[in-house]
Design a binder for this molecule. Structure first.
Ligand code: SF4
Length: 196
């Protein structure tokens, strides 16, 4: 069996599909056009972000679209590695590559939840409630456990009975402010899983 080779012209004014037709493949142009699917991210909004999982802090591109209805909330439809990010250069590990599933998971925590003393279930609460409750408990704990001086009388201003965990989506600037704010309270146990 012999192999046949031909090239498709892309000269100005000549489309590849019509060149195929000119070679005698009648209807080939329509066939080719019908087989081309529109790029599914064509009308999506691209947003840069950081993978939320680990300290590597890979850059991701998040694509969202709405269905065009008035006031419709855009939905995230695709997430991929950011090739411009110097950390991962477009690559993602299995966890980062599965971010879309995490984002749309019905088990994903999206609101502050509170379990009342003695209760066996968590209930959704407002951010105001959550912030006030955290501030109240933190102050009570700090008032009770703050260490102003060590046993040698040296001022140390430590608060070691409470810790703070920041998030990997913080930028350098947000991470710096978080560090400053928490250290000003005397907290020593401060961690942020990303180093960006
Ligand atoms: S893609 Fe993987 S390696 Fe990169 S930040 Fe996410 S979990 Fe970490």
């Amino acid at each position: 069996m012999s192999n046949a080779y031909f090239t498709i012209s892309t000269e100005a004014g000549t489309s590849p599909a019509s060149s195929v037709g000119a070679l005698g493949f009648i209807g080939a142009s329509e066939g080719l056009a019908a087989g081309v699917r529109p790029f599914r991210l064509e009308k999506a909004t691209e947003t840069r972000n950081t993978c939320p999982y680990c300290a590597v802090a890979c850059g991701v591109l998040v694509y969202s679209k709405s269905d065009g209805a008035k006031d419709a909330k855009p939905q995230v439809v695709h997430i991929e590695g950011d090739s411009d990010n110097p950390i991962n250069r477009g690559t993602l590990c299995a966890r980062g590559a599965a971010s879309l599933g995490f984002l749309h998971s019905p088990n994903r925590l999206q609101y502050p939840m509170h379990r009342k003393p003695g209760s066996d279930k968590f209930e959704r609460v407002t951010w105001d409630f959550a912030m006030e409750r955290i501030a109240k408990l933190a102050k009570e704990d700090r008032d009770k456990n703050f260490i102003a001086k060590n046993r040698d009388g040296v001022t140390v201003n430590r608060w070691v009975s409470t810790g703070f965990l920041a998030g990997s989506s913080c930028s350098n600037e947000a991470g710096y402010l978080t560090y400053k704010a928490m250290r000003s309270t005397g907290i020593l146990a401060l961690e942020n899983q990303a180093r960006i």
